[in-house]
Structures are given as C-alpha cells and as structure tokens.
Ligand binder design. Structure first.
Ligand code: F0G
Length: 482
C-alpha cells in the first residue's frame, strides 16, 4: 500500500500499525531542562533518558519491535555453540541477500573493527561515498586513511536530487589510479548515507562504482545498516524499480558486492550485527576474529533472543508497508520545516530530519560548533533530543587543528514506528519557535575533549550566558511549566 488517500483532509502519512505497548513520557519544565543540559556538559549524549521528552538522538537499537519479533524471542535457543537461533538467522540472511557465509557480531562497529583488522594495512586507503564515524575510526586506528568521494551535488544542503549519496565515478577511478589499486583496501558504499542526511544511493551508482572497483581487483563492501530506507527510495524515486519487489531490489543491490555488513540496531529493528561473505576462503580468513572479539561463531556477542527478533525484523524489512513508515514521517517533518523557511537538508532522506545548522545559526562561527549549540538549544526549548552531526563529530587533524565538517547538521532521528504524528507536529512547532529566536543561540567550547570520538564523551560550556537567555525567552512565551 503506497499511500492511503484522504477525502478532504490534507494528505498526511498514515501509520500502518497499531500501538499495543507504550512507554510513559515526561516533560520537565524548561528551567530543569536548562539545569540538566548544564550537568550534561552541553552534550546530548550525556543526558539521561528520564529527562527527555522526545528522543530523536538516534534510530539505533530504539526502533519499535513488532508483536512477531517479541514472540520470536520466546523460542530462542540458548547454546554457546550450535544455537538454532543462529541457523535461523543465517538462513534468512542467505535467502534475502543471496550470500552464503554469515559472521555474527554484536553491532555494526564490531563488523567495522573486523573489516579493518582483516583488510586494512598501515598506509592503505579505503574509498567511500561518505564516511561513518565508527567506520572511519577503525580504519584510521589500524593506520589506514579514508577518501570520501560523494558527488559534490550530494553536499549541497537544499536540493531536489533523488540520490544524493551517489559516489562520483570519475573521482573514484582517479583516486584508484592515484593511490594504486594495490593500496586500496576496499571500496565501502554506505546506503543510505548517515552523515549527509540519510540520503540514498541509486542502483546505477552501486553497479557502476562496484564495476570500476572490480576492474581494478578491489574488494567491494556494502554498509547496509540503513539499507531499508535506501530500498524505499529506490522503489519510490527510481522509475525503473517501481514494479520490482523490495526483495528483488535487495538482491540486485547485494549482487554488486563481495561483502555486506550491517548494524542490526538499524537493519532488522533489533540489536546486533553481521558480516555476509560471498567467498569461502575469505570467510575462513575472517572467522577467527569472531571468537577473539565477539563470541562464538553462533552468537557473535549477541543475545539469542535478539537474534530471533532480528531474523523476523529482516523479513519485515522486505515489507514495503513497514519500511515506508520512517521516510514518510521524515518527509512530513522536513517539508513542514522547509515551508516555514527553516534551513533543512532536502530532499528528505531516511533516518531523520536534518536541520542545516550552518544556515540556521549562520551567526555562530564553525569553530564554535553551531550544530552542537543548536542541538542543545533544541533540548532546552522543547525537551527534544537530537544529535550533532557536524564539526564536533569530526576528529582533529594530526597537527591539532580542527577538521571542519563539510556539512553542519542537527539530526532529529525518527526511530521507526515510535513517534506519532502529533509528536511530529510538536517537534515541528518547537523548531519553528527556535528558528524565530535563533539569534539568542550562541557558541560552545570544549572543557574536556577526548582524542577519539569526542562527541560521545566530551564536555562543553557555552560562550556567554546564552542558554539562560534562551530559556527566559521560552518561558516568556510558553510559561514556567512547559
Ligand atoms: N554504519 C552506519 C551507516 C551507521 O549508521 C552506524 C550506526 C554504524 C555503521 C555502526 O553501527 O551503532 O551498531 O555499531 N549509527 C548509529 C547512529 C550509531 O546513531 O546513526 P553500530
């Protein structure tokens, strides 16, 4: 069912599920939110869930599970070795992706660790359409470096290009020649792309990019963590795909790659991960890493209950009704913000709505982390938790200078099937208020700055007393108890 049509009412996304288990929410008054933000060191990762009204930090591990997933957890087979739960998962993945060998891992970054350990040597290059934080951290940890070759048009915030995650094919070939094919550990395509706004990759680009890599004997790797959104966009934005089933499209994409890995905190709606390997010798060359880093080969650090749930989740990800929910809600939110003139990444992608902080807070210099400041302001003014996806999420250059992000964004993730339309309206409303009061937002500076993945654990402070002034303006408009 692509869309339910309305008679007189304006067209809105329709939930294709009903809610049967709920979690009570709590909205702290604005003064308390201000105090919690100060305690959290102006880092939304450091907030406690009980202090948050709507949690749009991530869609990772927090998507709503279905009744069937919950039911499957009851028949999990708890064996250290030879668990039937694993074999059920393996069979489902083989069926969906057409790839024979399955290595389980406890989450996506664990797969990235194993890929880096196995394939990346000091001085090697890994080519990507765009990096993801943990993928890049593992590659640089073992002495490799990353080349990000997304097409220039993919980095333009306001756009109507349907597939902004596409890699620039000319740059890809030039890069292979410059680096020499022997020095390229692998080509990693991320679908959809996380750090440029959940933007998808076209089928033609998957095919052409992997064909180029194969011509030079380079291994091809798909990060399928956000594949369900990419599948939705392939079916709805690529004319040649519209009559194909999600299963057929999945297989066409997978067929382009030697290796597929994913975070099952996203793909599969549970908590875990896996690497799928086509070649038997390659599989054996990676096998030892699983017991060393993860757990035995039939659980890989995951609970067997999660394995059962994700196996059902993989099957549900082949259902167009299921995978269309996230992108439809994101689009509703993005379109409403865009119509108000708020800078957002367009077209709407999967994963979440992305505010374009460079323009939203154009008065804050990039070295004072405009996206970091905006995400804190959003929590103070609404109790909504988002995630900074900009310079704060980068690591410094080896000489200590800041590596400025290409795109400064605040991501408001839409965990799948979690928020209702009225909650989405609340998010839109508070972002509008914040936009009208954006001049009150100021910059941030670090008081504790870890060297690696600093956005997780770093602590910051405001430059000036802008958070107090912002909270005062909010109180003046909405009252003390909001
Ligand atoms: N690849 C992509 C594209 C991701 O988005 C993530 C996680 C990972 C790999 C790592 O997987 O978390 O299971 O270790 N993204 C989360 C996010 C954390 O919030 O976007 P993981």
């Amino acid at each position: 069912m692509p869309e339910i049509k309305f008679y007189k009412q304006q067209q809105i996304p329709m939930e294709m599920h009903k809610v049967r288990i709920v979690q009570k929410l709590n909205l702290l008054p604005v003064d308390e939110r201000l105090a919690r933000m100060k305690e959290a060191g102006f880092n939304t990762f450091q907030l406690r869930n009980r202090d948050i009204f709507l949690d749009g930090l991530t869609d990772s591990g927090v998507n709503a599970m279905s009744d069937r997933m919950e039911a499957a957890m009851l028949q999990a087979d708890d064996a250290y070795a030879g668990s039937e739960s694993f074999f059920r998962m393996e069979k489902k993945l083989q069926e969906i992706f057409g790839i024979n060998y399955v290595l389980p891992a406890h989450q996506g970054r664990a797969c990235e660790n194993i890929l880096a350990e196995r394939f990346v040597k000091p001085g090697n290059c890994v080519i990507m359409n765009y990096h993801f934080t943990t993928a890049k951290a593992h590659i640089t940890r073992v002495g490799g470096h990353v080349e990000e070759l997304v097409s220039d048009a993919g980095l333009v915030a306001k756009s109507d290009l349907p597939f902004k995650g596409d890699i620039d094919l000319k740059k890809l070939e030039d890069c292979i020649i410059k680096e020499t094919p022997e020095n390229v550990a692998f080509l990693r395509m991320e679908a959809g792309t996380n750090l440029i706004g959940g933007q998808p990759v076209s089928y033609g680009n998957f095919k052409a990019a992997t064909d180029i890599a194969k011509k030079y004997g380079i291994l091809t790797v798909l990060d399928a963590s956000l594949l369900q959104d990419n599948l939705y966009f392939l079916k709805t934005r690529d004319e040649s795909m519209k009559d194909k089933t999600i299963r057929e499209i999945t297989r066409m994409v997978a067929d382009c790659f030697d290796l597929v890995y994913f975070s099952a905190r996203k793909f599969g709606f549970a908590r875990g991960g896996a690497i799928l390997v086509r070649d038997e010798d390659m599989f054996h060359s990676m096998e030892d890493f699983i017991p060393m880093f993860e757990g035995f080969l039939t659980y890989g650090g995951m609970s067997v209950r999660e394995i059962e749930a994700m196996t059902v989740g993989f099957e549900e990800s082949m259902d167009f009704d299921v995978i269309s929910q996230g992108p439809q809600f994101v689009k509703y939110c993005v379109d409403a913000l865009d119509a108000y003139g708020i800078p957002v990444i367009t077209p709407a992608g999967g994963l979440g709505a992305h505010l374009y902080a460079s323009d939203f807070c154009s008065h804050i210099p990039q070295e004072q982390y405009p996206a970091g400041a905006l995400v804190c302001a959003l929590y103070i003014c609404g109790g909504i938790r988002g995630m900074e996806r900009g310079t704060l999420s980068e690591e410094r250059n080896p000489d200590g200078s800041e590596r400025m992000a290409n795109v400064e964004m605040v991501r408001i993730a839409f965990p799948r099937r979690v928020f209702t339309l009225s909650q989405t309206e609340y998010i839109i409303d508070r972002v509008k208020w914040l936009y009208d009061h954006r001049d009150l937002i100021g910059g941030l500076r670090f008081v504790h700055e870890p060297a690696t993945l600093r956005f997780f654990t770093g602590k910051l402070e405001p430059i000036g007393d802008w958070p107090d002034k912002l909270a005062a303006a909010y109180k003046a408009d909405f009252g003390e108890d909001q």
